[in-house]
Design a protein around this ligand. Structure first.
Ligand code: ARG
Length: 568
């Protein structure tokens, strides 16, 4: 496909002697097509060129050499140079690309690069909460997109399966295990025991001492403690897996904190060798004031036991060695902002600089459920499995109302319910707080997952009415010269770039936005243009475009983490 943006950047580069790569980043796609198909704002150059943007624009326009088969017209408006692409060529190029490439937008951009995406990471014997839902969905989308762009991608679920709290859990189980039937709702019961033992520990030093002893036994692989710990882990994983199954989320590795239990001495040793360990009230710490972090990083408690940070540091060493990563993304809530700054700063003493540079905290905001007046049966549910199931049930109610004769309603409801959750979660910028409200999420008309799915279903039902769907070679592309078709094609043209932008900013909301824009563009096209019943050439061209929209929506939805129903 002709890379129009790059082509323009190259032409400007020749006229200005500024690097093409730099210029490419400046080129915009104007919202209003009265301003051309691509626009180059000259404001960015005003400072270095010491001229007004308007004048720079005029000068470039005079100097630029451009193939009139590719660009019809160049106009200067304000500080912008607007480029009008040859529409027919554009339509042809985009559709040709789609026809050759089944997996449209897929690329080899990331070939040879290793990307770790760490996401989800719930804690054993604790509930999977709504924050975990958010990291799971953000991470899953990033994982899928990196993979699609050709990166060697490794998805890791860094389970919270270690730490002194397990000493407490073991003690609680010893004391009260027979009171609880763990065959149903195990996590809440384990949680209950945990709360109980904590209260007791506050009152009785002797119990606390026993808990500590249990953790020491666990660390030294005592069979009873290890077996119990495994039991907690299995019970919890069974619950977590239910959620992963519904959401269709997978991981390449479940190496959690416990995996690093025997790899922490190396961390301490190395830090010691570098001479950066100091003691503070018996604990071992690394001072980080040299990089502007006031709180030191504790790597060993006074009683000699390791902590969360030590395990993360061991994980960085392990991952550098095992995966030779170019990037290692941590999709974790912003409450841990300082924490990640600390461990990344300590990492410079443990691994090569190139790995330290690749460490990145993808920090996400809080998720709230609607409360107060808006509170609903679902709004008060904290158990994620119930929240998901409840949303699916609601989706089913809506579907039954809208389309009572639909076959496999349950399957469709599952896709729609999950789609609603996925879209709702990913449509907000990662760093921002958000509210999960199923009523908004399930609105078929709003900017929602179901709206995108509904648009896709429309494309499929149009295609279903046609006995023979035309192929690229059979259509007359001149017939797609109207504003609504061009608008769709521009978005399709932008698809791969959209995915690249997601990886540049670690921001799936860019893709979420894109899918809404494409859905709206199709709705406009559909409302303004008759598709079926036009003269043959026009009908064929529009049918073909409809098919293309369906394809891109489906691929995009998959990359966000949604499935498309064929009917709904
Ligand atoms: N288990 C932790 C939690 O639920 C998140 C772990 C984040 N990842 C990490 N490498 N520290 O809060």
């Amino acid at each position: 496909m002709i890379q129009f943006k790059q082509y323009i950047a190259e032409a400007i580069s020749k006229a200005t002697e500024i690097k093409k790569e730099e210029l490419e980043g400046y080129i915009e796609v104007p919202k209003d097509d009265n301003n051309g198909d691509f626009a180059f704002p000259c404001f960015k150059l005003a400072k270095t060129m010491k001229k007004a943007p308007q004048i720079i624009a005029e000068e470039i326009k005079l100097k630029i050499e451009i193939d009139t088969n590719i660009v019809d017209k160049i106009e200067v408006l304000g500080g912008y140079i607007n480029f009008y692409i040859n529409k027919i060529l554009f339509v042809k190029e985009v559709l040709k690309e789609l026809s050759i490439k089944q997996e449209y937008g897929k690329s080899e951009l990331g070939k040879g690069k290793n990307i770790i995406v760490e996401y989800s990471a719930p804690n054993i014997a604790k509930p999977f909460h709504i924050g975990h839902l958010r990291t799971t969905l953000i991470g899953n989308s990033l994982y899928r997109i990196y993979k699609y762009l050709g990166y060697n991608t490794i998805g890791i679920n860094h389970l919270g399966d270690y730490g002194t709290q397990f000493g407490k859990m073991i003690e609680a189980y010893k004391m009260w295990g027979n009171e609880y039937d763990l065959t149903t709702d195990p996590i809440n019961k384990l949680m209950d025991m945990y709360v109980r033992i904590n209260e007791l520990c506050k009152k009785e030093e002797k119990v606390l001492e026993k808990c500590r002893e249990n953790f020491r036994l666990l660390e030294s692989k005592d069979k009873y403690c290890v077996d119990l710990w495994n039991k907690f882990k299995d019970l919890s994983m069974a619950e977590f897996n239910k959620i992963y199954d519904i959401l269709n989320v997978k991981f390449d590795s479940y190496k959690g904190e416990s995996f690093y239990a025997d790899k922490m001495d190396e961390v301490i040793k190395k830090l010691d060798e570098k001479g950066v360990l100091t003691e503070s009230e018996g604990a071992k710490i690394v001072d980080l004031t040299d990089v502007g972090i006031k709180t030191p990083c504790i790597v060993q408690k006074a009683n000699g036991s390791s902590i969360y940070a030590t395990r993360d540091l061991a994980a960085i060493m392990y991952r550098a060695k095992t995966y030779d990563f170019d990037k290692c993304l941590y999709v974790v809530a912003y409450e841990q902002n300082l924490y990640f700054k600390q461990i990344f700063a300590v990492a410079r003493y443990l691994v090569d600089e190139k790995y330290v540079k690749g460490l990145e905290h993808v920090s996400y905001g809080m998720v709230n459920l609607p409360t107060g007046k808006m509170s609903t049966r679902l709004g008060n549910v904290v158990k994620i499995e119930d929240l998901i199931k409840g949303t699916i049930e609601k989706a089913e109610e809506i579907i039954i109302q809208k389309n009572p004769n639909l076959e496999n309603k349950e399957e469709v409801a599952k896709k729609v319910g999950v789609g609603a959750i996925v879209y709702n979660t990913l449509s907000t910028a990662t760093i921002k707080d958000q509210i999960f409200d199923w009523e908004t999420a399930l609105n078929f008309q709003g900017e929602t997952g179901p709206y995108i799915q509904y648009t896709y279903v429309r494309t499929q039902s149009i295609l279903e009415k046609i006995s023979e769907i035309p192929e690229f070679k059979d259509i007359n592309i001149q017939k797609l010269n109207d504003k609504y078709s061009i608008n769709i094609l521009k978005l399709i043209y932008d698809f791969e770039d959209t995915l690249v932008q997601v990886t540049k900013k670690e921001e799936p909301s860019i893709l979420a936005r894109y899918l809404i824009d494409l859905s709206k563009a199709f709705s406009n096209f559909y409302n303004e243009n008759k598709i079926i019943g036009e003269e043959k050439e026009l009908q064929d061209a529009r049918i073909y475009l409809t098919k293309c929209v369906g394809r891109v929506l489906k691929i995009g939805a998959y990359l966000l983490g949604m499935e498309m129903p064929n009917k709904m």
